[in-house]
Write a protein that binds this ligand. Structure first.
Ligand code: NAD
Length: 358
C-alpha cells in the first residue's frame, strides 16, 4: 500500500503529541521519519514509530530534551543528548558543530547518549546545506548484533558511517551506510516473509555465512514480533575484515572517545553515540575552484560505461533523491503488517489513521 507523505507526516505528528512530545518535537520526528521513508530507507522511516512510542512510554527515550555541553575546548566539544529524541538532540548537536566550524574552520563534536538518530545521512545533508563537509561515525549502545570478522558471536552493532560534501548544484554527495551487510530492519522484513536476504548477510554458530533470518530471531512465529535475543547467529560486517574494522572504529570513536559508551550486554536502553567532524569547505580554497573540480570529477565518475545496460552509474546520495521524487508523487510504500502496527499504536493513543491507497 502507499500513503501520501504530507498526510502521513500530519498523522505521525499527532501520534507523538498524544504520546507526550511538544508540537515542535512531534513535527520534527514526523518529518525526519517520513523523509527517511521517502528517501527509500524504510528500515529507518515510519516503521520505527511503534518502537519510538513504546520507548517514550517506558522512559527509555525522553521528550523535549536539550543537549548539554559537557566540555568545550574550542574546536573539540563534547555534548550530551540526555536520552532525548535523536530528531531533537541530533539537529541541536549538528547545528552546534556547524556554527562552531563556521567560526574556527573545523569542529569535532562528540555527542553522547542521543536517542536513535535515524538516518545519519540527514545530518550530513544538514551540514552540506550550510556549505560544510562532514564526517559522522556512530555506534548503537545496547544493540549487539554484528559479529567481528573471524568471529561468530555478536560484539558490535550496525554502526553507520556518513560523509557529506556540498555540491554547487545543491545536490550534495552523501555516503551513508550501516557497516553490517544489511540493516536489522531488513532481517525483520525477511523473517516476516518479505524480501529474502543476501546469502552472506548473517553468520551461524558453525561459522557459515547464511541468509536465514532465524539466525537472528530464532524459530519464533514471524507473526509475533521476533526477539533478536532468540537467534544463535549474528549479522556480518560488510566487506569482511575492512568493514569489521570500520565498525570497530565506530565503537571506539563514537562510544569510547565521546564517553557515550561502547556497546555490550547489560544496557537497559538502545541509544546512539556520534563523533562528527565539520569542516568549512571555503577554508580549503575558493568555492569556485572546489566546485568546478567536484563537478568535473563527478561527471567523469558517472561517465563509466554501465555494467548493466540502462542502469547508469550513480553517485552516493542520488538514489535517495530519486526515491524521494518518486515517492512524493506516488506515496510512501509500506508492507501491510508494518502499517497495521502503526495504526494499532495510533488507536491506542486515540488517533485515527489516514486512508492508505491500495
Ligand atoms: P544502503 O545499503 O542502502 O547504502 C546507502 C548508501 O549507498 C547511500 O549513500 C546511497 O546513496 C548509496 N547507494 C545506494 N545504492 C547506490 C548505487 N546504486 N550507486 C551508488 N551509491 C549507492 O544503506 P544501509 O546500510 O541499509 O543503511 C540504511 C540507513 O540506516 C542509513 O541511513 C544509516 O545511517 C541508517 N542507520 C542508522 C543507525 C542508527 O543507529 N541510527 C544504525 C544503522 C543504520
Amino acid at each position: 500500500m502507499r500513503i501520501n507523505a504530507p498526510e502521513l507526516t500530519d498523522f505521525v505528528e499527532q501520534m507523538f503529541v498524544a504520546a507526550g512530545s511538544s508540537a515542535a518535537e512531534s513535527r520534527r520526528i514526523a518529518e525526519n521519519l517520513v523523509d527517511a521513508s521517502l528517501r527509500g530507507h524504510d528500515s529507518h522511516g515510519i516503521i520505527r514509530v511503534p518502537r519510538y512510542i513504546s520507548w517514550l512510554r517506558d522512559a527509555k527515550l525522553l521528550a523535549d530534551q536539550e543537549i548539554s555541553v559537557v566540555n568545550d575546548t574550542g574546536s573539540i566539544v563534547v555534548l550530551d543528548g540526555n536520552f532525548g529524541f535523536g530528531q531533537t538532540v541530533g539537529p541541536q548537536a549538528v547545528q552546534f558543530g556547524i556554527d562552531r566550524a563556521a567560526e574556527t574552520g573545523v569542529c569535532v563534536t562528540g555527542l553522547r547518549h542521543a536517542g536513535h538518530l535515524g538516518r545519519i545521512g540527514a545530518w550530513a545533508e544538514m551540514a552540506a546545506g550550510a556549505g560544510q563537509v562532514s564526517l559522522h561515525f556512530v555506534n548503537v549502545a545496547g544493540s549487539v548484533l554484528v559479529a567481528p570478522f573471524g568471529g561468530v558471536e555478536r560484539r558490535m552493532s550496525t554502526n553507520p558511517v556518513a560523509i557529506g560534501m556540498p555540491s554547487p548544484d545543491g545536490n550534495p554527495v552523501i555516503l551513508d551506510f550501516a557497516t553490517s551487510v544489511v540493516a536489522e530492519g531488513k532481517v525483520l522484513v525477511a523473517a516476516k516473509g518479505g524480501k529474502p536476504l543476501p546469502d552472506d548477510a548473517l553468520i551461524g554458530p558453525d561459522g557459515r555465512p547464511s541468509g536465514d533470518p532465524r539466525l537472528l530471531y530464532g524459530d519464533n512465529d514471524p507473526a509475533v514480533t521476533p526477539d533478536r535475543k532468540d537467534g544463535e547467529g549474528a549479522l556480518r560486517a560488510v566487506g569482511d575484515h575492512k568493514g569489521s574494522g570500520l565498525a570497530l572504529m565506530c565503537e571506539l570513536l563514537a562510544g569510547a572517545l565521546t564517553g557515550s559508551g561502547c556497546t555490550g550486554p547489560g544496557y537497559s536502553r538502545i541509544y546512539n553515540g556520534m563523533l562528527s567532524i565539520y569542516m568549512a569547505a571555503d577554508r580549503f580554497g575558493s568555492d569556485d575552484a572546489i566546485s568546478s573540480e567536484l563537478s568535473r570529477y563527478i561527471s567523469y565518475f558517472k561517465s563509466a560505461r554501465p555494467a548493466t545496460a540502462g542502469q547508469n552509474v550513480l553517485v552516493p546520495g542520488e538514489p535517495e533523491r530519486n526515491n524521494r521524487a518518486e515517492r512524493l508523487e506516488a506515496g510512501v510504500p509500506l508492507p501491510d503488517d508494518a502499517w497495521d502496527a502503526i495504526v494499532d499504536t495510533a488507536a491506542g493513543l486515540g488517533i485515527q489513521a489516514p486512508e492508505a491507497d491500495g
